[in-house]
Ligand binder design. Structure first.
Ligand SMILES: [Zn+2]
Length: 394
């Protein structure tokens, strides 16, 4: 009874676009998030999702171009090649990948280092492409709209309440609730059925694009192995939304057995494309340890780890951002400002450096400079915290 009345309310509100076939599975479903709403939602939240996930991997644009190239091959053979798909690499050691409705996809460098070949990358991207193509994000929103009793919502996006999420816990800093919708979309748990569906149709796309589907099996095996080793980064990343399971590994294996043999793995090509990333791995692990040392208040250790990271890779903005945080804690304000400036020189598009420098300048009484930085931070990644600081600054 209740369901029927909600249906009519949604109809009146203009949400119901009617019964439609799922573009991937062909199943008949009730759709009340339209394709143009999917696209709008993805576009609106993509940049915030990237900021919340560590920002773009600016130091290596060739790697992002490569991921786009592999992604585009899969999109071309997918069931929704007309969606405005986009792929970015994010600057985070947390192994993760996600897709927003409308085809906006991200993969972290922390996942790329664990892949063996191009076909495994295609398995990751094919899986995420299916989440977007099969409307998994849109469907979970539709469920939330049905569950939600506040039907006065005039905007579909409003139905997704801002929540704290693991995706928003960036290693380098605290994120407020302002970009909560993006964070929520990014960390959506689709459920067991959708995950199996994403694996299965993702493998179809792999084969159509010429990739060996056995890579979807080896990928799951890698996930299970890393999960068993209880690597802490893995627990907070992909596995928070994608628990690895023998079930998925087995299902992929059974499916691969029925698929064409002798397709491309592309190991050499992949290893060549991630060679620079691999070279920087020890710098990033020194940085990650530095972040932990700072959180524990061990400032001297944090600083020496940061210097070590900078020595190995002098062009990574993140390292100077951390250096600024440490110097700021040590009350070396001018040096901290210089470190943030250096971070911004290497990457002017990540909110965190403006966020931190703005707060430091505010504390130093330099109101105008503080305001400019905090406004830039808000532009890139709106948070309630900074909105309050800006209000106070007048
Ligand atoms: Zn998934």
């Amino acid at each position: 009874m209740r369901k029927i009345s909600i249906f009519y309310l949604l109809l009146i509100l203009g949400f119901v676009t009617g019964c439609a076939k799922n573009p991937v599975t062909g199943a008949t479903e009730l759709h009340f998030v339209s394709e143009s709403q999917e696209i709008k939602l993805g576009e609106k939240n993509y940049l915030y999702g990237q900021q919340a996930g560590g920002g773009q991997y600016a130091i290596d644009p060739e790697l992002t171009a490569y991921v786009n190239e592999v992604g585009s091959k899969l999109v071309k053979v997918s069931d929704r090649k007309d969606l405005p798909f986009e792929f970015v690499v994010l600057n985070s050691s947390v192994p993760n990948a996600w897709a927003l409705p409308g085809g906006k996809i991200a993969v972290n460098r922390g996942l790329l280092v664990h892949l063996d070949n191009e076909a495994e990358l295609a398995a990751v991207l094919g899986h995420e492409i299916t989440h977007a193509a099969a409307r998994h994000g849109a469907k979970s929103m539709e469920r939330q709209i049905l569950i939600s009793t506040g039907l006065a919502a005039t905007n579909v996006a409003l139905a997704t309440k801002a929540k704290e999420s693991t995706a928003a816990k960036v290693t380098t800093g605290a994120i407020g609730a302002g970009a909560g919708v993006a964070a929520n979309l990014v960390s959506t748990k689709y459920g067991r059925e959708a995950e199996l569906e994403a694996d299965s149709y993702g493998m179809n796309y792999m084969v159509k694009a010429g990739y060996d589907p056995n890579a979807a099996v080896s990928l799951q095996k890698t996930f299970v192995r890393l999960f068993d080793n209880k690597s802490p980064n893995w627990l907070e990343g992909l596995f928070a939304s994608h628990p690895p399971s023998q079930e998925r590994a087995d299902a992929n294996l059974q499916r691969a057995l029925t698929m064409p043999k002798g397709l491309t793995l592309g190991k050499e090509r992949y290893q060549q494309k991630i060679a620079k990333l691999k070279n920087r791995e020890s710098a990033y692990s020194a940085y990650d340890d530095g972040v932990k040392a700072l959180a524990k208040g061990d400032l001297n250790n944090a600083l020496s780890l940061t210097e070590k990271a900078i020595l190995q890779e002098p062009n990574e903005a993140l390292f100077y951002g951390l250096k600024g945080d440490i110097l700021s804690k040590q009350d070396q304000k001018e040096k901290a400002l210089a470190a943030y400036q250096q971070a911004i020189t290497y990457d002017k598009n990540y909110f965190y450096y403006y966020h931190q420098r703005g707060l430091l300048l505010e504390g130093m009484g330099r109101k105008m400079d503080a305001k400019a930085d905090l406004e830039r931070s808000q532009q890139l990644m709106p948070t309630e915290e900074i909105a309050n600081h800006l209000k106070a600054l007048g």
